[in-house]
Design a protein around this ligand. Structure first.
Ligand code: UDP
Length: 323
């Protein structure tokens, strides 16, 4: 049985929907940002906090948990700058409590959701895992601190992990049963689609004076179902013991600018966006594109869905949005 912490959230719920086809799954989520409607009906659900040792003890005592996948974190860069304590308490301290419970109950396999924000402002165009990590905001730092703790735990204890550093997750499940729904929404693709659906006046582009071909920031957008596939492969190699510790980027290797995203959304919806150029957003690197060669070599994972499919799925979800 697999414990998915944060399985009601955007990425966690997509993973759960695929994982229940292969494994028994229990979701722990406090529903602070997740949606109960997003949890697959075939998963068990416990509403509780990952920083609560009593809840964790009761789960580990009652269920034969073989691995933990940890998606339960706060993930807004801007908020982390204004309220770092929230990020260090929820993303670091609570994760330590989860790891403590895992060690206590001898659960040895851990998959950790990390982020491209651990790299900070990289000097290279294609980011591989060997470059230095210099996160520039508390969110990225909180994830890197846990990565470093995992390294130490794996050296000291019988403990194995895979860290997945996500680039820009977007898109929705192929059946459109679940998709992205953040309150407030801050991510580019859902915001552009909200605007094109007539729910928002205009779309703001945060800076058009970056050192990129069209002046807007470049990101590596990865379909949430491709991310889910990477987790399932990571789980397999941890369980069959072919990998003991690993850190992988999960991205497409292709960068799209903000303007290109707006254009693709216009093409897919057949609607025209009203765009304004505003100030740069604090802490935005000009370009973040992953090399995912390492995860391809080790696990055979490659993104299967392109940007068009990603935006189409997000649009279909948007038109059918249930929560
Ligand atoms: N962005 C933008 N307007 C928006 C939201 C985002 O121009 O309303 C830009 C943002 O500055 C970044 C890119 O779109 O360059 C992706 O931002 P998002 O918040 O989706 O993801 P992030 O890269 O911050 O994780």
């Amino acid at each position: 049985m697999i414990l998915v912490v944060g399985g009601a959230g955007y990425i966690g719920s997509h993973l759960v929907k695929d994982l229940v086809k292969k494994e028994e799954v229990i979701v722990l989520d406090n529903l602070s940002t997740g949606h109960i409607e997003a949890i697959d009906k075939d998963a068990l659900f416990v509403q509780g906090d990952l920083g609560d040792p009593k809840v964790l003890d009761s789960i580990f005592m009652h269920y034969p948990i073989q691995a933990v996948m940890h998606f339960g974190a706060n993930s807004l860069i801007g908020e982390s700058v204004i309220n770092p304590q929230k990020y260090y308490l929820n993303n670091v301290s609570s994760t330590l409590t989860l790891l403590e419970a895992m060690l206590k109950h001898q659960v040895k396999n851990f998959i950790f959701s990390s982020t491209a924000a651990t790299y900070g402002i990289p000097k290279v165009r294609l980011i591989d895992e060997s470059i230095d990590t210099h996160p520039i905001n508390p969110y990225g730092k909180s994830k890197l601190i846990i990565e470093q703790i995992l390294e130490d735990y794996a050296k000291a204890y019988d403990f194995h992990y895979v860290v997945l550093r996500y680039f820009n997750a977007a898109g929705a499940y192929e059946t459109a049963e679940i998709g992205e729904s953040h309150h407030p929404e801050t991510h580019l693709i859902p915001l552009v689609l909200h605007h094109l659906a007539g729910e928002k006046d205009k779309i703001s582009i945060f800076g058009a004076d970056y050192n990129t071909p069209d002046g807007t920031c470049i990101r590596d957008y990865i379909h949430v179902s491709d991310l889910a596939d990477a987790h399932i492969l990571a789980l397999e190699v941890l369980m069959n013991k072919s990998v003991k510790t690993a850190t992988y980027n999960v991205g497409n290797g292709i960068g799209y600018s903000v303007r290109e995203i707006v254009q693709m959304c216009e093409a897919i919806t057949g609607r025209t966006a009203k765009v304004e150029i505003t100030e740069r957003r604090t802490g935005d690197p000009a370009c973040l594109v992953a090399s995912s060669e390492k995860i391809y070599k080790d696990l055979g994972w490659r993104a299967k869905r392109n940007l068009e499919q990603l935006i189409e799925s997000a649009w279909t979800w948007h038109l059918n949005q249930k929560y």
